[in-house]
Ligand binder design. Structure first.
Ligand SMILES: [Zn+2]
Length: 470
C-alpha cells in the first residue's frame, strides 16, 4: 500500500448520512460521487455520544471518545470545581461561547492523542481543538469570530463555508501534511429550517463544488493521487416541532436550578444544574448533600426521572447505580450495563429500552457495534458507557424523543433541528473517502487510526478506535 503524503479532512458539521445518499442517488453530487464514492454508496459511521459539535469533533482529532477525554457535553458542570471555587465561572463550561472554545485545549485529559502528534505541521480551519499545535496552525484564528458573528447576524452560513474553503486553499498551498477544516452550514441551517429543508440541501450541493475544486487544486499541484481526502460529520440532526423546558421541570421538583443563559439570582445556593447539548440530550446534576459530597444517592432523583417518561418529550433517562452499573430506562423497558475489558455486559430488565433484538449478555465492543449499528439506536449501550466515564457527565442523563428537544430558550433562533441524542438521525454520519476501507460498520473514533495507517505513520498511544484501512 502506498502511503498518502497529505490528508485533507473536511468536517461537514451536522450532515446526515441518509441525505448524502439520497442526493448522490439523485445525481446531485457529481464530484463527490466521482471522487469519494465511486461505487455510489455513502459509507456510514456511528458518531460518538453525545452527538454534538465540540465533543463529537474530538474522535476525528484524537481517536478517543469525548467521555474518555472529559467532554461529556458542549456544556458541562464539574462538581469538583464547584466545591473548590464555589463559583460557576469555574465549574460550568460552554464551548458555544466563541472565546471559550479554546478552553477545550486545556480542559481535556492530558497525554491524549492529537493530530499534531502524528502530523506536526497540521493546519486547522475553524477547528475547535488544536492541542499540540502553535496558535498559527489555526489559520482562522483572527477570522473565525467575524465570520461566525456575520453568520449569526445575516444567517448566511453558506458564506462561512466559503470562508472555510478559502482558508483551506491557503492551508493546501502551505504544503501542510494534514489540513483539518470545519464547514458549519448543515448544522446551522438545519437548526434554522429543519435538517432536510431545501436551504440545507443547497449546502450539500455547494459542498460538492468544494470537493470538485479541491481535487482540481490538488491535480494542478500534481498531488491528487498522493492526497487522502475524507469528508465526514460529527453528528446528524432530527426534525423538531416541540420544545420541552427540562430546566423548569427540574426547578419545580428540586428548587433553584441553574441553566446556562438562564442564570438564577443570586448565583448561589442552587439545587440542580441542567445543561442540554444539541438540545436532544441533557446532563443534569443535583447538589444532594453538597457539591463536595460526590454524586447524590440516585433515590433522590429516580422518581422524578421515571416521571419524565410519562410525558411525551423524553425518550430515555440514565444514571449510575451505587453498585457500578449504568441503568437506562426508556418508555418500553430498562437495561443495565457496565464496561468490561474490551467489551460490555448488557442486561435487559423486562423489555429492551432500545427495542433491540435479543443481544448477547456479554459483548466485545465490535460485536456491540455490529449488533446495533443498523437499528434506531446505533451503538447506544457502548456510547452511553463512554459518556459515563467522565466525572463531568451528569448525575442524570435525559434524551428527547424524535420531534422534541429539551429547552425552550434559544441561542439566537428557534431550533427546528435537534441532535445530541442516541437516535439514528443524530448518530449516523457519512464517511466519504478516496481510499478504500474495510467493509462493515465503524465508529467516527475509528477514522483517526485509519488515517494514520493510510498515511504510513505511527499511531500514538491511547487511541481507542480501530483502523478500518484496507
Ligand atoms: Zn448543532
Amino acid at each position: 500500500m502506498t502511503a498518502y503524503q497529505r490528508t485533507i479532512f473536511l468536517l461537514f458539521d451536522g450532515a446526515r448520512w441518509d441525505v448524502f445518499q439520497k442526493l448522490l442517488d439523485a445525481g446531485e453530487l457529481p464530484n463527490i460521487h466521482a471522487r469519494l464514492a465511486p461505487d455510489g454508496r455513502v459509507r456510514r459511521a456511528v458518531a460518538s455520544f453525545p452527538t454534538v459539535s465540540g465533543p463529537a469533533h474530538l474522535p476525528f482529532m484524537t481517536g478517543c471518545f469525548p467521555g474518555t477525554l472529559g467532554a461529556p457535553g458542549v456544556y458541562w458542570f464539574d462538581r469538583r470545581e464547584q466545591h473548590l471555587h464555589g463559583s460557576v465561572r469555574h465549574s460550568v463550561r460552554s464551548y458555544l461561547t466563541p472565546y471559550k472554545v479554546s478552553n477545550l485545549n486545556k480542559d481535556l485529559e492530558p497525554f491524549t492523542p492529537t493530530l499534531a502528534a502524528v502530523w506536526p505541521d497540521v493546519k486547522y480551519v475553524f477547528g475547535w481543538y488544536t492541542r499540540g499545535s502553535p496558535d498559527s496552525a489555526l489559520l482562522t484564528r483572527w477570522t473565525k469570530i467575524p465570520s461566525f458573528v456575520r453568520g449569526f447576524l445575516t444567517r448566511d452560513w453558506l458564506r462561512c463555508d466559503a470562508d472555510a474553503e478559502a482558508a483551506q486553499n491557503r492551508a493546501i498551498d502551505s504544503g501542510a501534511s494534514f489540513v483539518f477544516s470545519v464547514f458549519p452550514s448543515p448544522d446551522e441551517l438545519g437548526h434554522r429550517f429543519g435538517p432536510t429543508a431545501e436551504p440545507v440541501l443547497t449546502a450539500y450541493r455547494r459542498m460538492d463544488g468544494v470537493v470538485g475544486r479541491l481535487f482540481d487544486r490538488l491535480a494542478r499541484r500534481g498531488e491528487a493521487d498522493r492526497t487522502l481526502v475524507v469528508l465526514s460529520a460529527d453528528h446528524g440532526q432530527g426534525d423538531t416541532h416541540t420544545h420541552f423546558a427540562l430546566d423548569r421541570a427540574v426547578g419545580d421538583a428540586f428548587g433553584k436550578t441553574l441553566a446556562y443563559r438562564r442564570w438564577p439570582s443570586p448565583l448561589r445556593g442552587f439545587e440542580a444544574v441542567v445543561l442540554p447539548s444539541g438540545n436532544g440530550m441533557a446532563n443534569v446534576y443535583f447538589r444532594g448533600d453538597g457539591w463536595d459530597r460526590g454524586r447524590p444517592d440516585t433515590e433522590r432523583f429516580r422518581p422524578f426521572a421515571i416521571g419524565l417518561l410519562a410525558g411525551e418529550a423524553v425518550d430515555h433517562v440514565a444514571w449510575r447505580t451505587t453498585d457500578g452499573w449504568l441503568r437506562v430506562t426508556g418508555r418500553g423497558g430498562a437495561a443495565r450495563m457496565r464496561e468490561t475489558p474490551g467489551g460490555l455486559i448488557y442486561v435487559v430488565e423486562g423489555i429492551d429500552p432500545f427495542g433491540y433484538p435479543k443481544l448477547p449478555a456479554a459483548m466485545d465492543v465490535e460485536t456491540a457495534l455490529r449488533a446495533t449499528e443498523g437499528t434506531a439506536y446505533p451503538d447506544a449501550p457502548f456510547g452511553l458507557l463512554t459518556w459515563a466515564r467522565s466525572p463531568r457527565s451528569g448525575d442524570l442523563l435525559v434524551t428527547s424523543r424524535p420531534g422534541f428537544d429539551l429547552r425552550d430558550w434559544f441561542e439566537y433562533q428557534e431550533p427546528r433541528g435537534t441532535h445530541g441524542g442516541l437516535h439514528a438521525e443524530h448518530a449516523h454520519v457519512p464517511v466519504l473517502c478516496n481510499a478504500p476501507m474495510k467493509e462493515g460498520p465503524m465508529r467516527t473514533v475509528d477514522l483517526y487510526p485509519t488515517l494514520v495507517e493510510l498515511a504510513g505513520r505511527t499511531l500514538p498511544p491511547g487511541v481507542e478506535g480501530v483502523s478500518r484501512a484496507r
